[in-house]
Ligand binder design. Sequence first.
Ligand SMILES: O=C(O)CCC(=O)N[C@@H](CCC(=O)O)C(=O)O
Ligand SMILES: [Zn+2]
Length: 372
Amino acid sequence: MTDADFLELTLAGHPPAERWGETPWLTWRWLEEGVLELLPRRPAAMSLVLSAGIHGNETAPVELINLLLAELMTGRMLLAPRLLVILGNPQALRAGKRYIDYDLNRLFGGGGASDKARDEANVAGRDPAEKNDHGLLRHADAQPGHADADPALPMGAPLPQSNETLRCRLLQRHLGRFFLPEDRCRWHLDMHTAIRGSRHVRFGLLPYQPGGHDPALLHWLNAAQLDALVRHRAAGTTFTHYSSEQFSAASVTLELGKALPFGANDLAQFNGVRAALWALISGEALPERLGPPVKRYRVCRQITRTQSDFTLLIPADTLNFTVFDRGELLARETGNEYRVREEKEWVLFPNPDVAIGLRAGLMLVEDEDNQC
Ligand SMILES: O=C(O)CCC(=O)N[C@@H](CCC(=O)O)C(=O)O
Ligand SMILES: [Zn+2]
């Protein structure tokens, strides 16, 4: 595959003619569509999962990964960690859609706690009582391809098999196989882009980690010149929650700009992330932090759509990280109103087009105590 291109092959739906190969620094294996393992010849101090394209319309990080692979596969770049590269949802990437049947990033860990439980846990700042039941993908955490949940499927019912339920199980199996019991350092960087524009263009979301976050990961995020970091305060069903909870990986979801089609991205916006990623992978020193310190937030509440008449009152052109004042009405539905409770709250990922039971937005407060 040295001259071929991982992304091109994945989009074409063809495996490479050769399914393994080597350079002076590494050996590689195409494990299956969108899953490539690269192992350094020298002993590695880290096992790193690098994923993108969990949502098929989020293309900039996929292009970044492809540039990185071109360097590695031609022997121009050294490889320091054991590396598993994942293009999360090849069918959705081909279709240029967030997902085909369900939102893949609401399926990991078997569903488990409902979004309602996460909402309550965010307020209380604790893990929801309901924990994951592995292997069973449940309706409460899946997002059908239309705004309303399928009425034939009661909340909590097992999901029918689909592109995303299958892909989720497969990716979970790959993580289980890739991470080794003897690993001393496991990282997972899952790269996304936001649907709407953001006041902070490059930011990270740290999954809930009761024991706190790995200082080496926080240092790397700083060196990657991120503008902001958001700390989740409840367990979730994202890929990074899964790797963090199941494998004690230092995991982060990176959000790089706004979702655009392949070829329309300005990758120069992500030069900082690119430099830090290249340094991590080639085992070189991390770049210095430039500019102002990372702005820190934590999730204080999740807005969850629970009724069919749910109305989000946040205007469609509102940027992520727009601030709202105490008392402002954000959303309403029968029996429920979402108003800003804290003196100031910042909105993230407001989305009226989600299924009943799912997250329609996150509300954040500043997290200036640096307790990430
Ligand atoms: O812009 C949006 O509304 C969504 C962008 C996106 O896909 N974000 C991830 C964040 C995962 C997390 O909360 O850690 C997602 O929604 O899955
Ligand atoms: Zn995404």
